[in-house]
Design a protein around this ligand. Structure first.
Ligand code: ADP
Ligand code: MG
Length: 467
């Protein structure tokens, strides 16, 4: 269904007039008058604001109340999304006033309408994810080039395409860049971007509400279907897998582009029907590896370009040497150092950076102590030795306690899946992810699991403070 089908502007107007009564004139002037209705999509209302700052403030101060008013008025939950207005962009009101009354903004007319349309962000894509700000290194060049080729000629060269790799290596960035590029270049392409988790949720909701036909149509009439994190389909009810399978076939037959991302190679996915696995393996499978020192440095340099604060190269080197796991951690370290320097009004020097990095590394160190406690207490509880937990044995009596311990480690430490894996006899991070998911699923189906885990976590915390 086209986004133009949805128009929640009357709801928005009503919420704003209610708020005018509820808030002080200063607040109205300061924040509410800076919001402007922009557009609607199926489940969201999109509001224009003049800057990210205004957006953040509104989100913190008023989003909850606006959302709850919207729900009261419209009768169903609506998400609040923001569009940052470009300086030269005409406001919705100005624009509308040049149109016949009641016509929807955009689509119909050429000229100005088209310009506005191009600037409008795709409702489910983040405009931050573009090829322009994706740094290509030898760890990701195959995947990045494939992604760029796809976005130039969707549905032809590499279809389907699956991008896989560990957490924080750029999967979401790449798949969304494909979506953003096609969205900008092909005016009428219907692009769907969805995470596997959302796909599952929508599927379940559709069944519950008797809306299967709408659900099917949404996907089957897509020109481009992008699904992020398909490892979420593992172990899920066959119904969802079956629906995805048919969607896949329908789109494949009509040469529509499909791109998927996954945290591991398809061959390592478990609890997935063979025919679906077989579909994912078709076409091109490309992987993302952890970035080398040079690539890490290039990524940071690119990020620094967008900041106002200058950061000396020596500091960037320091970060790249300390944080080696993935790009997300790398960005986090940079942001922490930058925020610290800004808040205490200091220049970012090597000393500041070393200090902050030390803090980041110390938390890791403290957590390393925790993981011993976790292993000891979980092993005790199941009457095993910690060595057995770390061993290669895969009998159920050991595998389940090991999964519990891994799950807890992910819950109460800051350790990445890679680091947790290392603490369990050098296992791969994907094993840890699998364990977490397995336990989460078990918690849903077996009501004794959650209390057991809560109790174990309490024991671990207590013994950690004593020890
Ligand atoms: P994943 O989906 O694989 O877990 P993301 O795509 O969310 O990882 O990437 C984590 C963060 O790192 C994002 O902020 C993303 O923009 C950034 N990032 C990852 N790879 C690169 C790269 N090659 N160049 C620039 N930024 C990157
Ligand atoms: Mg991701």
């Amino acid at each position: 269904m086209n986004d133009e089908t949805w128009n929640y502007e009357p709801f928005w107007d009503e919420v704003m007039s209610q708020c005018a009564k509820d808030f002080s004139p200063q607040e109205i002037h300061m924040w509410f008058e800076r919001m402007e209705y922009h557009s609607s999509s199926k489940d969201a209302i999109i509001i224009s604001v003049p800057s990210s700052f205004v957006k953040d403030q509104i989100q913190q101060r008023y989003a909850d109340i606006i959302i709850s008013k919207l729900e009261q008025i419209s009768g169903s939950p609506l998400e609040l999304q923001f569009h940052i207005k470009q300086q030269e962009e005409p406001s919705h009101k100005e624009f509308k006033s040049t149109q016949p009354k009641k016509s929807r903004p955009v689509i119909q007319k050429p000229g100005q309408a088209r310009i506005e349309m191009e600037k409008r962000p795709h409702p489910s894509l983040n405009t931050r994810y573009t090829f322009d700000n994706f740094v290509i290194g030898d760890n990701n060049s195959f995947a990045a080039n494939a992604a760029m080729a796809i976005s130039k000629n969707p549905g032809t060269a590499y279809n389907p395409c699956l991008i896989y790799g560990g957490v924080g290596l750029g999967k979401t960035h790449l798949i969304q860049s494909i979506g953003n590029t096609i969205f900008q270049n092909m005016e009428n392409a219907k692009i769907i971007f969805i995470s596997a988790e959302e796909f599952l949720n929508e599927f379940v909701m559709a069944i519950g509400n008797n809306k299967m036909q709408q659900f099917k149509n949404k996907f089957r009439y897509a020109d481009v279907m992008l699904i992020d994190d398909i490892h979420f389909f593992q172990g899920n009810k066959e119904g969802t897998q079956e629906e995805l399978f048919h969607t896949f076939n329908a789109l494949y037959e009509s040469n529509k582009q499909m791109v998927f991302t996954c945290d591991r190679p398809v061959s390592e996915l478990r609890n997935l029907t063979d025919r679906l696995r077989n579909r994912f393996q078709r076409g091109l499978n490309v992987d993302l590896k952890p970035p080398s020192f040079e690539t890490r440095l290039a990524i940071l340099q690119k990020k620094v370009e967008t900041l106002n604060t200058p950061i000396p190269d020596s500091v960037l080197h320091l970060i790249c040497n300390s944080v080696t796991t993935n790009v997300r951690d790398l960005e986090k370290a940079l942001t922490t150092i930058q925020a610290y320097a800004e808040l205490v009004g200091k220049e970012i020097t090597e000393e500041v950076a070393r200090d902050q990095l030390k803090d980041i590394l110390v938390t890791h160190h403290q957590n390393a102590i925790n993981i011993d406690f976790i292993q000891r207490i979980v092993a005790d509880y199941f009457n095993l030795s910690t060595n057995e937990l770390k061993s290669k044995k895969r009998t159920n009596t050991i595998a389940f306690p090991r999964q519990v311990a891994m799950y807890i480690a992910r819950q109460i430490t800051e350790l990445s899946t890679t680091e947790v894996g290392l603490e369990f006899g050098g296992r791969d991070h994907t094993t840890v992810m699998y364990a977490v998911q397995k336990i989460e699923n078990k918690m849903k189906s077996d009501s004794t699991i959650e209390p057991m885990i809560t109790r174990l976590i309490r024991d671990i915390r207590e013994s950690n403070t004593k020890g």
